[in-house]
Design a protein around this ligand. Structure first.
Ligand SMILES: Cc1cc2nc3c(=O)[nH]c(=O)nc-3n(C[C@H](O)[C@H](O)[C@H](O)COP(=O)(O)O)c2cc1C
Length: 322
């Protein structure tokens, strides 16, 4: 099986890490490992929404995240994802939303490690690309390290090697998905301990990682970091991954260069019928920290309002400081 480098990953985020955002992120770092938003097996199989699988060839390496717990559906979708050319398939065992709970997938599956193992081993046996899991530390009041240890001990029997751990509990009743990303406390030490207890597993830590300094500290203790909101809000920070961690030149020199390449992409994708506003919103974070950040964002809103890039391209470029 092809070895993949997951030292730096961008987290799957619904409505955010779509194919356009991933194209943008790939312009900024060649090394970062990308994930799609979660795609429910039901919407692929019964909704026949296979267009959700579309991605740009430039995105590699890119993993797709599936949500589901029906073994035969997961097998069918895994095969389809491999055919589409994804580099990895990840199973979501971390989403706490009501809708997902009703469908019996996401975080509630942490209470069913045997079922998770069965799903993962069947998925892995049906494809030749790696299968991974993304989970929480625990669910509701299962707060002890032993809960996580037991979950991983059982799930690893599926043969999968890659565990992405969002380092906080999921609370199934009483907290919204958004609150579930902020309120339960982060317990990084549980994830570090997991790596010590299971040195053969590839452990990726996720949750609250703000920048590459944070990442560097985590990388002393685990195999990889996964950054979600911070990478979306400030995508240009990924530019320093190559020089700082790989002794390579950055993939790109300036924000203006990113902007121009991305706008060329947007123009191409408009011809293919993609929605301008969905593509433009990913640029909001590019001006993060700049003198004219607010004006840049307002200009993007104008482009969205006019539903046209015409006349705005140079103005956008001028609003970036470098
Ligand atoms: C808007 C949004 C959508 C998300 N959608 C998903 C998803 O589809 N699948 C998933 O596993 N996690 C999802 N997450 C959780 C992130 O992957 C990540 O675990 C979480 O945001 C913590 O990482 P961070 O603090 O670096 O953002 C989402 C998070 C956000 C903010």
């Amino acid at each position: 099986m092809k070895a993949l480098d997951r030292k730096f990953c961008v987290a799957p985020m619904m409505q955010y890490t779509d194919m356009h955002d991933r194209f943008l992120l790939r312009l900024i770092s060649k090394k970062v490992f990308l994930y799609t938003e979660m795609i429910a097996t039901g919407s692929l199989i019964y909704g026949k929404c296979f267009d959700q699988l579309e991605f740009n060839k430039e995105e590699h390496p890119v993993g797709i995240q599936l949500g589901g717990s029906n073994v035969s559906d997961l097998i069918e979708c895994s095969k389809k994802c491999e055919q589409f050319g994804y580099d990895e398939i990840n199973l979501n065992v971390g989403c706490p939303s009501d809708r997902v709970q009703k469908g019996k997938f996401g975080a509630c599956l942490m209470l069913e490690p045997n079922l998770v193992a069965e799903c993962l081993s069947n998925m892995q046996n049906s494809v030749s690309i790696p299968v991974s899991v993304k989970c929480r530390l625990g669910i509701d009041d299962n707060e002890d390290y032993e809960f996580l240890y037991n979950f991983v001990s059982i799930v690893k029997e599926s043969g999968i090697k890659v565990f992405i751990i969002h380092a906080r509990n999921g609370i199934l009743k009483g907290l919204s998905p958004r609150q579930n990303r902020n309120i339960p406390p982060l317990k990084y030490d549980y994830v570090y301990r997991l790596k010590k207890d299971f040195p053969d597993l590839e452990i990726i830590i996720n949750g609250g990682i703000k920048n590459l300094d944070d990442s560097s500290n985590h990388l002393n203790k685990v195999d990889g970091v996964m950054i979600g909101r911070a990478a979306y809000d400030n995508p240009f920070m990924l530019k320093d991954i190559e020089p700082r961690f790989y002794k390579l030149d950055s993939s790109i020199n300036s924000k203006k260069e990113v902007l121009n390449l991305y706008l060329e992409y947007v123009e191409r994708q408009i011809q293919n019928g993609h929605n301008l506003s969905r593509m433009m919103k990913h640029l909001f974070g590019l001006s993060r920290g700049d003198k004219y950040a607010k004006s840049f964002r307002i200009k993007i809103l104008e482009v969205i309002r006019d539903n046209s890039l015409k006349n705005h391209k140079n103005e956008l470029e001028d609003l970036l400081v470098y």
